[in-house]
Unconditional design. Structure first.
Length: 155
């Protein structure tokens, strides 16, 4: 039996949906941790720190994460109609994900106060969540509005 026949394959629309759900889930998880850490301190501290995290999340979304999401969607749209389930992220992205997980573990184990780490988690989580909306928008455009799944610059 060839290894390629054992490879789980799905349509590119499911890859886009899987990427969106993954980005949303991780974003919500990071924001939830940030909220827990901020709720443990007085609101005079937690409110400004939370607002800083939200503003930084929006900036990170606008300046970087939205571009990454759009490039990933375009890459998926160029794949064959059925591709490997794990192709919802580029292979080099898995290395970045591992580094970010390790960095998160390092931050949680560091002597830094959790309410300071909460700003980083809120920034990353919010940027991931906002960017996940790009995936849902493309699914909406392709499946509901019946538009082509071509890269944005070709639409």
């Amino acid at each position: 039996m060839a290894l390629s026949s054992m490879k789980p394959s799905v349509s590119k629309y499911w890859l886009i949906a899987l990427a969106g759900v993954t980005w949303s889930t991780v974003g919500i998880m990071l924001c939830r941790l940030a909220y827990q850490w901020l709720s443990a301190v007085q609101w005079e501290w937690s409110l400004p720190l939370g607002l800083i995290g939200i503003v930084l999340a929006w900036v990170a979304y606008r300046l970087g994460f939205s571009v990454i999401a759009d490039k990933n969607i375009d890459r998926i749209c160029l794949l064959a109609d059925r591709s490997c389930l794990f192709a919802f992220q580029a292979w080099k992205s898995y290395i970045i994900i591992i580094i970010m997980i390790l960095l998160g573990i390092f931050l949680r184990q560091s002597p830094l106060p959790k309410y300071c780490i909460a700003i980083v988690y809120m920034t990353m989580g919010g940027a991931l969540f906002f960017s996940s909306l790009h995936y849902y928008h493309r699914i909406w455009a392709v499946k509901i509005q019946k538009r082509s799944c071509l890269p944005l610059d070709e639409l």
